[in-house]
Design a protein around this ligand. Sequence first.
Ligand code: ADP
Ligand code: ZN
Ligand code: ZN
Length: 802
Amino acid sequence: MIAKVIVDVANSKTDRSYDYLIPDEWTSFIEKGMRVIVPFNNRNVQGFVVDLEEHSTVPNLKKIKKFVDMSPVLTGELLDLGFWLSEAALCFKITALQAMLPVALKARYKKQLERVQADMLPKEVNDLFQKNDLIDWDEVIKLPAGLLKQIQKLIKAGAMKMVTEIKDRTTSKTIKVVKPAMGKNDLLKEIETLTPRAKKQKEILEWFLVHFAEIPSNELLMKLHATRSTLKALINKQILVENDRKIYRDPYEAASFKQTEPLALTDIQQKAIQPILSSVENSEQEIFLLHGVTGSGKTEIYLQSIQSVLEKGKEAIMLVPEISLTPQIVQRFKERFGSDVAVLHSGLSAGEKYDEWLKIHRKEVKVVVGARSAIFAPFENIGMIIIDEEHESSYKQEENPRYHARDVAEWRSKYHQCPLILGSATPSLESYARSQKNVYHLSELTERIHSQSMPEVMIVDMREELREGNRSIFSRILIEKIKEKLDRKEQCVLFLNRRGYSTFIMCRDCGYVAECPHCDISLTYHKNKNTLKCHYCGFEEMAPNRCPDCGSQHIRFFGTGTQKVEEELTKLMPEARIIRMDVDTTSRKGAHEKLLSAFANKQGDILLGTQMIAKGLDFPDVTLVGVIAADTMLNLPDFRAAERTFQLLTQVSGRAGRHKLQGEVIVQSYNPEHYSIQLASGHNYTSFYLTEMKARKAHAYPPYYYLTLITVSHPELMKVIAVAEKITSRLKKELSNKAIVLGPAASVIPRIKDRYRYQCMIKYKNEPNLFHALKSILNQYENELGNSGLQIVIDSNPYMLM
Ligand code: ADP
Ligand code: ZN
Ligand code: ZN
């Protein structure tokens, strides 16, 4: 038998499968989706078996050396998905395949084969175990082929499993567990042969006869008031067996969840869920765009849709943006589906992520709630995929493979013939446009549950404040309102948009701005350490007291950080209890949750924070939301700037008055007449959509055109320009005259980490030739890529244009 193997060597020449002979004894043991070690160019490398064939046309085949897995780590579907992904994202096949596995699987960890149910094992397999239920991997790979095949079957049947020891000092936990080393009949015989004096031993064995299950040793001893030496005797006689059991590092274990029942849906919810349920019923692949204002009951629709999927015996994937993967949303899923839920997000350690992945792989859970990469969950019978807040840019991965989770979800929903639900209060223009063309089925939830009105939004013109002599960060009305709420013991959320805005140092005499010596970008001032820091390369230096250019002492920092807002606020109202949430206060693990629950328990009056407080939070007593500077993003050189501003303002104002109390929102702005700010305050998505679509059409941007951005970088400016020019002219030649090829031009940030950056943008509607052209450009520069320091990044459907 021949295995087709994709080796772990990432370059264009090896970007295909190679044929290897499967040693005779391993035929029918090696399966598609397993990893193996093969000889390649005089060394041993790891690779994925992607197919099996009887014959090969290649002479003198080499043999597979070792296997890495006892059972496939990638399903047939995920292998296909990987091939599609490598084309769609223009990356190597091996890169796409690796991206679908948890990191813990990629590293070398100690692996062992564990016996789970001794009574299901034939004698020759049971005989392999000596002291406990584990065999080291080094021993496993030496086993004769006949045994390997048996073991493989036993793993599938759940009688044995592979375990990986991942050292996670912080979270891993092992306990001793004990269980019978034999079947029930033998156990009964052992009980009969015990001497009458061994009363406690008998009691223990009788317990096992009834329960016949594994139990933590300590728990058993406590239950039966037995001593450790009694148990030890039974273990020594090999009637019972004791193991170290690594217990799942469940990050939400501590919280206990009350089970919740589905709520009776409102008429509007009913209307929205009906087509989804019928699509589940008929196993139809359909894409739904669920457009519902915040608090309109989308999450309840997700929960009940998933419920219907579980009732059909299928599985569901629910994606949420990293930033809104808060304990609140996880809790709602755990309360409804209990231990059927796995949670995947970047706050977990490698070991925790691996544990959650294993639960999915072993079919111990039915639902996964997770951030972007959870779209690769190795379920095999998917009945639904949901992407909440589908407009969020965090669904786009900004490193290889540069994929958008929405596209992967669409692929998988086609494969499984199941519905895909995209939910948002502010759908991306791309998705809403598709719903207008009936490519997506649009469902709208136009009202909040219990018909609370949307909060009243007031826009304050900060230029006017300045003209009237108010130089503070806060408008007079905002301060007045905060005081009013505090008097009434209600809570406020103050939001500071940091994206595209930061504190920088400027000389008032000569206009000097402190910039990073390695990147063409201004340095950010950090007050607590009095340093200047570059957010692109990490460069850090002490803040100067004098201008390095003219020597003036009038050098000071500008801009508004959360710290500064907090200081000013404390000056104005020393009695207010402020909880500040930003990168500085939330860097420690668990800090995020702590601060939020302190606010929920009313240990704070004002929650002050950045992006991380904009979403998903639901506090009943918040009646005022203040947006300190609404327009900082509008000045970014990004065609989505208006869309992002609209989305963010809508999200933030959704935090106010979600329950019985009416909410108010105050938006401070220097561009109060901008349509994104005006229409967000009026909660008018449709008008925003129409206005923004006109702008996109006029400037040939998505959704009217697709975009591909090519960024060339190199330490030498001349080299960058030369390569960028060659690429641009080649593309102009090879693409149709309907494609618009722009550039080359210096990137918005022309230098990062001492590398100059030039870019070229392609706008197109239909270019069947594009993929081929881009691939051959990459191949042309292949040899220069790593060696000479040249870098070419191709990003289709880019979200970062800088
Ligand atoms: P969204 O996800 O659109 O922001 P949620 O699903 O979180 O909305 O619903 C907002 C609030 O209304 C939640 O507290 C939720 O428990 C409640 N809710 C949702 N649907 C119903 C219903 N049918 N009956 C009663 N309360 C509901
Ligand atoms: Zn100066
Ligand atoms: Zn830098």
